[in-house]
Design a protein around this ligand. Sequence first.
Ligand code: MGD
Ligand code: MGD
Ligand code: SF4
Ligand code: MO
Length: 699
Amino acid sequence: MREDATAPLRREIRPAVQTIPSVCPHDCTSTCALDVERLDARTIGRMRGSTRNSYTAGVICEKVSRYAERVHHPDRLLYPLKRVGPKGSRQFTRIAWDEALDLVAQAFTEQAARLGPAGVWPYYYAGTMGLVQRDGINRLRHVMKYSGWKSTICVALADTGWTAGTGAKRGVDFREVGEHSDLVVIWGGNPVHTQVNVMTHAMRARRRGATLVVVDPYRTGTAAQADMHLALRPGTDGALACAVMHVLFAEGHADWAYLRRYTDAPDELAAQVRTRSPEWAARITGLTAEEIVAFARLYGRTRRSFIRCHHGFSRSRNGAANMHAVSCLPAVTGAWQYPGGGALYGQTAIYPLDRSLIEGLDAVDRSVRQLDQSRLGPILTGDPEALGYGPPVTAMLVQNTNPAMVCPDLTLVHKGLAREDLFLCVHEQFLTETAAFADVVLPATTFVEHDDFYTASGHTYFQVARRAIEPPGECRENHRVIADLARRLGARHRGFEMTAWEIMDWTLRQSGMWDARTNWERGGQDMALPFETAHFLDGFAWPDGKFRFKPDWSAYGGRWQEMPPLPDHFAVTDEATAARPFRLVAAPARTFLNSTFTETPGSLRREVRPTARLHPDDCAALGVVEGDRVTLGNERGTVTVYARPQAGQQRGVVVVEGIWPNRHFENGIGINVLTGADPAWPAGGAAFHDTAVWIRRGA
Ligand SMILES: Nc1nc2c(c(=O)[nH]1)N[C@H]1C(S)=C(S)[C@@H](COP(=O)(O)OP(=O)(O)OC[C@H]3O[C@@H](n4cnc5c(=O)[nH]c(N)nc54)[C@H](O)[C@@H]3O)O[C@H]1N2
Ligand SMILES: Nc1nc2c(c(=O)[nH]1)N[C@H]1C(S)=C(S)[C@@H](COP(=O)(O)OP(=O)(O)OC[C@H]3O[C@@H](n4cnc5c(=O)[nH]c(N)nc54)[C@H](O)[C@@H]3O)O[C@H]1N2
Ligand code: SF4
Ligand SMILES: [Mo]
């Protein structure tokens, strides 16, 4: 903008509110296009959805619309800190950036000299989904040969299950749904909470007369809007899918021409599901056979049927098998052939992005051990198998994640993070429960204070965002921190010499996409694939082009031999027993996003307190009424929460929404004290919704 002589005067009278285009960076498949009000160089106002993106189309969730309360929160970290009290005591003193980075570099160098570089474990996740600020930590990891990263906390099970059949993480453009679908099945997700834009398009279809079905263990805000809600027992989606296919084959709804042309083993599948009757599935899922048949007939009779597969139902020990089983349905009816027909789990594979500069892929050493993100507890407490029979982890840099709340088996996580011989640096926007354990805390920018670019999973745009305001205090972006550390550690890579914007621009040009400025100015590049490809009509992403009813589970490693060769109920979940009669679903809350927004007053007001939703008859049997305290427990620990009777779920199912900070619980440790860190099938993944617990009245 050009300055002129009257500008200062005009600002004095009424500060001009500028609107800066941006992109929501949070770990949510909607990746909404935003317009950020910039009140002055350091202050934002409201955030609004932008219509630049025809999927997110101006709609955003409530928690992000009041994002100013997060950016300008009085508790934002503003300066580097050094621990001065015992671990976890939150006693810190302010230090300068140079001293802080020197301390980290010195600790990493010492530990690497003592145990080899594998003793250092850079640990990150998707607090920001921006590719440069999120994944740049891997460049440092690879160049320094620090311990490797096996990412398992979120998409591992769902990705495995989806790609096992289709061959690639992509699917039909969800924008087709509003215009064309006659049946929309929201399977194992609660988009009213977790990705609001799914509802925009699904409800558009419904207004046109389409039927909405929700498959979810409890009556979510999404289920409440559905024509049919299948409230199955958690972890039984494979059984439901098999019984639906049983009906499809038995009642002539299978499209044999399509099956012969586009699938690997249709006769074997038909034989497999012949014995998987609705009555069989009723016993496993807790649904009635009538409900299952009614859904199967509806699905079989509707050509333009769309299944939106969510992550929620994959967070079980059998989650990959269940995702695969569900993904088989449109291949049986041939729904993929029609506009508004088929399925979508995620679109990540459509982006032809060269990630080598961002992640330093030219420096990867395959001999370095991989450590499993979700097994942080066992790893830090010295489980030899979790450590790959290698050295202990004695130094960590954490960016974009809050494992002291979000990791399974929290007792072990906290025990590990409290180790005196573990050097921990946490780069954060807030003094999170993980940061509280740190030796050095570094203050981080938020997305309105740095540059980055974003793929999406729920839609097909690639979007660029520039910083809108100056960072508060001494906050620094992840990229700069990584580059400054690299310099001190002697790590060499051209990525450390470039700005974030330069990395973005090089990457986009290298990938044959619009350059960074063009992308930003045009409000994102829509990378949607042609109809034929998106619907897999030019073949599924395998050499023979055929959907796999019989996946090659061996390609994923791990315990693949134990996987059912064809869709089935895979009985490896943490089943209810007489001693632990309830199945816990630890579902996402509406106005928290994982561990984020648990610091904002608006979200805390809305969520009120940690609550266990129980069937009214279970409440009666436990002798509790609304608001009474109940304690949930298993062999890993206990948490006390408040009871809420709620219809629309089966007896024996208990739902606790939200990853509340540990301080909101009487024992000082949150819901993930109950969830297990054992790897799910075939090759790892966290089973957050697969936990048997007992419940008693009171604390
Ligand atoms: N019980 C239960 N537990 C779960 C789940 C569940 O459903 N139930 N879901 C699981 C899933 S799917 C996931 S993905 C995980 C995610 O859990 P987390 O990884 O904790 O995810 P977030 O809360 O998105 O982000 C974590 C942190 O990133 C920080 N951050 C954001 N942007 C930046 C940045 O630019 N720089 C730096 N340095 N920090 C930044 C935020 O301040 C925040 O504290 O939780 C898992 N845990
Ligand atoms: N408000 C908010 N938004 C979020 C998040 C958040 O915590 N809060 N988390 C973000 C993250 S990291 C992710 S990965 C995405 C995930 O978002 P989605 O992929 O849309 O999946 P979820 O909505 O997490 O799925 C949760 C639902 O799955 C159901 N579910 C659990 N077990 C089963 C089962 O065995 N079968 C079936 N059929 N359903 C089951 C739960 O009851 C719950 O309603 O959401 C993101 N968006
Ligand atoms: S719906 Fe998801 S992507 Fe959109 S603004 Fe909210 S958190 Fe961000
Ligand atoms: Mo996630």
